[in-house]
Design a protein around this ligand. Sequence first.
Ligand code: ZN
Ligand code: ZN
Length: 212
Amino acid sequence: MPSPDSPVLLALGLPAGIVLWSFMEYVLHRFAFHEARGSNYGSREHLRHHGSEDTVLESWYLSWTGVLLVSLGLIPFLGRLAGTADLGWGVGIGYLVAYGFYDLVHWRAHRRPYANRYEHMVRKHHFTHHFHAPLKNHGVTTPFWDHVFGTYVEVDVVRVPRRMAMRWMVDEHGEVLPEYRATYEVRGTRPLDDDQREQDRELAFANQAPTL
Ligand SMILES: [Zn+2]
Ligand SMILES: [Zn+2]
């Protein structure tokens, strides 16, 4: 049995922190952002992310501040209270690293072509959330918690409104690149004018998929 403060506990804390973040990723995304329907700042920002063409979260520095306070402040503090500071640091550091990974995976999903089968799998999951079922598929780095809580859905082909298509998936004419056609379809001809922006925003705040 390792003593309450030991590198072994720090090492054991890391995977626990990673699992803890992945659970929080699900819980925050589902309850604090979507089911809150715009009643808090984070929810409004997230629903704006759903309702606009190709944006990622604007106040990333606020999320990072919150995560740094939790991972390097609150969690180690609770560890110390429980008499095992090293376990607290391990969990906190695992949580922070997993959040950084989430942030990168989400940013890349919207902005960069996928680089491997893992990215291909998780972003299809995420874009099904965006464009088919905003109250399903809340996990971004893993579909695991969606399976656990019954919010997992899968579609054969993800249909993306042309005005919202990620730039990495289309050519200069707005057509899906051949390598992505088995997974994504870009549909619709609605121009992105002010009326359309307003409708996209309203649907996002009602947790409904955008119209094609
Ligand atoms: Zn997204
Ligand atoms: Zn969402």
